[in-house]
Design a protein around this ligand. Sequence first.
Ligand code: ZN
Length: 430
Amino acid sequence: MEDVQKRRRSIEERNRIKQKRRQALIRKRRMRSLLLFIIMMIPFIVTGESKASEKPESITIQVNDVYMIEDQETPIFDVDIICTGDDERIIDSENQVMLKNLILELENGNGYNIYTETDGTLEGDYDIKISLDESCQESLLYHWLGNVTICCEGAVLHVENKYGQWQENQFLDYDGNQVKDQFIEVKGETYYLDEQGKPFTGVMRLGLIQYTFDTEGVLIQEAEGIDPEQPMIAITLDDGPGAYTDRVLDVLEAYNSHATFFMVGSNVSETYASELQRMVALGCELGNHTTNHPNLNNLSASQISTEMETTNRLITELAGQEPTVMRPPYGSANSFVAENVGLPMVFWNVDTLDWKTKDVDQIVQHILENAADGDIILLHDIHETSVEALEIAIPLLVEQGYQLVTVSELAEARGVELVDGGSYYSFPTT
Ligand code: ZN
């Protein structure tokens, strides 16, 4: 991003210089006009009338080349109005129009149209075309004929790649650094530059997405799916949604990952409607963590039922999808609870103790040292420290080759069918 801004600044700088040059040109022309005016006035004073020169004056409307970077705003076209003739000359005697009136109009951008056949989203060189508008063409034919001719000169709009440029075998950004470990787009095609900066060919997995590149390195297929042969982990987040839930979703999205959110009904309100909808859109799993977070072991069947049903209804109303799993608060559930919750009961086997330590480094370290294939990790998205830890841990886990999946995806990949009232702690390979 920084490079793009830098590049854009240099383009703006260049356009500013052109603008200045143009203003200088106009000043120069004004001085010249004044001088010409004085000279012209001499015969006028003597004879009492201005004598029209025989040859028509000529004006050139010249657009200059412009540079821009893909996806940035199209720059304002830089136009010079060049006139070599006598600008006091009357070109339309009926309306008493002098050449300089016409020049002023043109300088104000009237009388012509500029267009280019690009929306600036794809690199390349595009013609900037310029043409006189209808009224100007009409005036040339009927009012100014014989007095002035107008010539239009187009230019080129250079749209440059937003990532950088190939230079021999290296793709360099605008600071001259080689681009590595990154997706780039060149002329509408997507490539992935590996750790040596070479286009990756073949099949690559990144999170839950499988990318297929052809022998030239062009991305030809992008498919989401879990590879049962590759290791996977289920991250679970309790007690939300909250103020930091969106940040969890941001990092999950950036790394093509899923998680399961065990939400408390008392927090499931209109305030977090967009977070709930985003969970669904990103392929995350909705979990029920009761309505008031009680110890379910102390409740009657109907109380358990109310705790569960209220949250099921709240989540469904906001997310448009029902919770598929539940987690008993404090991880406490006896057989009576199991009989009454009406959903699979998901526990965990990696407890980060994030709510207790509230220490980002410790949480990250705990995850990295303890999490392995088939594990269910417990975290709480209501604490900012937990979310910060995930922002560090998720990229690292993905880099280590873990697929971050929902609880149900993990169970399915391991051939386990989740049943209502069943207890699940992890899904190791057998
Ligand atoms: Zn809880």
